[in-house]
Design a protein around this ligand. Structure first.
Ligand code: ZN
Length: 122
């Protein structure tokens, strides 16, 4: 399944970021998914919920923000939201270039710091 390989990539990325930044337990992963990325947020969330327990022993929340499909006109440089997959400039009818809405991007992590959060057991 498409979403599962995306989630695997995402989990690798989260783990790498956590390692680099010395983070403790990850609580939440904030992701941006383009409207035109071909990714279904709901499927991504369920694949994540299914796969995450194999990597973390605590519950990690995935929050997905959908980014609108945005393009700019090559002629008049108008920036607009592409609706109905109509890839033509609404102002001058010129050719357009997509600038957002095709991406999958890890935005932020909410996590405990490695240091200072450890419970001292008796
Ligand atoms: Zn234009």
């Amino acid at each position: 399944m498409h979403e599962q390989s995306l989630v695997k990539t995402l989990i690798d990325q989260v783990q790498e970021e956590s390692r680099i930044r010395g983070l403790g337990r990850v609580h939440e992963v904030h992701l941006r998914v383009g409207e035109f990325s071909g990714i279904e947020p709901r499927l991504l969330e369920s694949a994540f919920a299914e796969m995450a327990p194999a990597y973390w022993d605590t519950l990690v929340q995935l929050s997905v923000e959908v980014m609108p499909l945005t393009a700019t006109c090559e002629t008049c440089h108008e920036v607009f939201h592409v609706e109905g997959f109509h890839f033509v400039c609404p102002r001058c009818g010129g050719n357009v270039q997509v600038i957002a809405g095709e991406e999958m991007q890890l935005v932020s992590l909410r996590a405990e710091r490695q240091a200072g959060c450890e419970e001292v057991s008796q």
